[in-house]
Design a protein around this ligand. Structure first.
Ligand SMILES: Cc1cc2nc3c(=O)[nH]c(=O)nc-3n(C[C@H](O)[C@H](O)[C@H](O)COP(=O)(O)OP(=O)(O)OC[C@H]3O[C@@H](n4cnc5c(N)ncnc54)[C@H](O)[C@@H]3O)c2cc1C
Length: 400
């Protein structure tokens, strides 16, 4: 069978990597999904084995910067690979793709010390990042409410605060903390900064693990008490935390959207398998119009989201991230995943709700996609405002 990416204009290197990643996911990860889902000691061991195997196969950190072991420079080119990585919820940890965002942030905004202490160990597979933005007691969508503080004294940052829903908090070796470095009356665009904090430092404590929809995904609540790190652990310049946060969100949203499309495609493929299974044939699912509608809705959602992601990725590649394109791509990918996972569960009946298929796990990811990295409402509100403002100045919107 010719895969869809073979017919695209992607580079031959990206096409070859997409094929290898697909084979690895099909042969090594998907058969182990039910074991990996347990998140116990055994599953952690298995995950480490698979990571090692992916590393030996040259499939880890593919979207890291080229200077730091990456193999693909263009985000648009990475789309066909990221989709293949995304076909299982477990591959981000195994291929290290969830850390590519931090690698780019540390390279672009980190000084020599940060690169040596945090970026290079990530490349070698000995460091794992996490990101500390969201706080209990505040709305995560409003960064101006951030109350974690950082103050500089005698060459050290002293940091105090609390963060929650931090992904990978339980295994990260460092956290990039968004903290308030300016006074309360300072405009928010100059009041926050990002500082890198090793997780083995005194004052860093995981208070508890948090479940999402009854399942442990590795999110934790962390307290930061009188933490002291060297002045050089500041990312970028003091006061540019909001700017860095926006950069991080732009790239992060596109990367996640790419993975979600892969997962949505998996749901579509599973729907096809169900329809043509012995059971599906017995119920003559292929002949039912409402089943056909599930297929059409899924196709429509995936194909349109993929093209929207392509446009968003192109804007990032051109170093002119288009917020409208990026936010719409994230919304479309999340909706595609919600539509396809729900349709697939429906076609599988009770099995779809059980652990006999990966669908219930996928539907949890789908549901969280509407909140993570910018909830639906704030993205819709932001895009709507930008479009309306555009028509204050112009009469025709150009989709170029
Ligand atoms: C799987 C997962 C992983 C996460 N990982 C991390 C991580 O690694 N690091 C980290 O710092 N955080 C992480 N988070 C937290 C995430 O960033 C926040 O959940 C997100 O920013 C939303 O913040 P909140 O939960 O406080 O919701 P709130 O900001 O309180 O929003 C709650 C609801 O209010 C409504 N709302 C909010 N704003 C608007 C608006 N402008 N217009 C209309 N309605 C609105 C929406 O319905 C929204 O869903 C993670 C979350 C999830 C689900």
């Amino acid at each position: 069978m010719v895969e869809h990416w073979q017919k695209t204009n992607h580079t031959s290197a990206a096409k070859a990597l997409a094929g290898k990643v697909r084979a690895f996911v099909d042969e090594k990860i998907i058969p182990n999904e039910s074991k990996l889902a347990l998140r116990d000691q055994g599953s952690m061991g298995l995950q480490m084995e698979l990571t090692q195997s992916a590393r030996l196969a040259g499939l880890c950190n593919l979207f890291y910067p080229l200077s730091h072991s990456g193999k693909i420079a263009s985000l648009e080119d990475y789309l066909i690979v990221a989709e293949q990585e995304g076909r299982t919820e477990f591959s981000q940890d195994i291929f290290g793709s969830h850390t590519a965002l931090d690698a780019h942030m540390l390279l672009q905004f980190g000084n020599e010390t940060i690169r040596r202490h945090f970026l290079e160990p990530m490349v070698n597979g000995t460091a794992i990042p996490c990101y500390g933005m969201t706080e209990p007691g505040h709305s995560g969508s409003i960064p101006s409410l951030i109350s974690t503080t950082a103050s500089l004294s005698k060459g050290k940052w002293r940091i105090d605060g609390r963060k929650w829903f931090i992904s990978n908090a339980d295994r990260a070796t460092f956290m990039t903390v968004l903290a308030r470095t300016g006074s309360a009356d300072m405009p928010i665009h100059h009041a926050l900064s990002m500082i890198v904090v090793p997780t083995d430092i005194a004052g860093f404590k995981i208070e508890r693990q948090l479940t999402l929809m009854g399942h442990l995904y590795g999110q934790g609540e962390v307290s930061l008490t009188d933490i002291q790190v060297p002045e050089e652990y500041l990312l970028g310049i003091c006061g540019n935390g909001i700017e860095l946060m926006n950069k991080r969100l732009s790239l992060g949203r596109v990367l996640r959207a790419m993975n979600w499309i892969g997962l949505a495609q998996r749901c579509l493929d599973l729907m096809g398998a169900r329809i043509h299974s012995a059971r599906g044939k017995f119920s003559r699912l292929a002949d039912k119009q409402l089943v056909r509608q599930h297929m059409v809705n899924a196709y429509h959602a995936i194909a349109s989201a993929r093209e929207l992601i392509r446009v968003a990725a192109r804007s990032v590649d051109a170093q002119a991230p288009d917020d409208i394109a990026i936010n719409i791509a994230k919304l479309a990918a999340s909706r595609a995943l919600c539509t396809t996972s729900d349709s697939a569960i429906q076609l599988y009946g009770a099995e779809g709700l059980s652990d006999l298929t990966p669908l219930f796990g996928i539907s949890r990811i789908a549901r969280s996609s509407r909140i993570l990295d910018g909830n639906d409402e704030s993205l819709i509100s932001s895009v709507g405002r930008r479009l309306i403002n555009f028509y204050q100045r112009e009469t025709v919107y150009s989709f170029d």
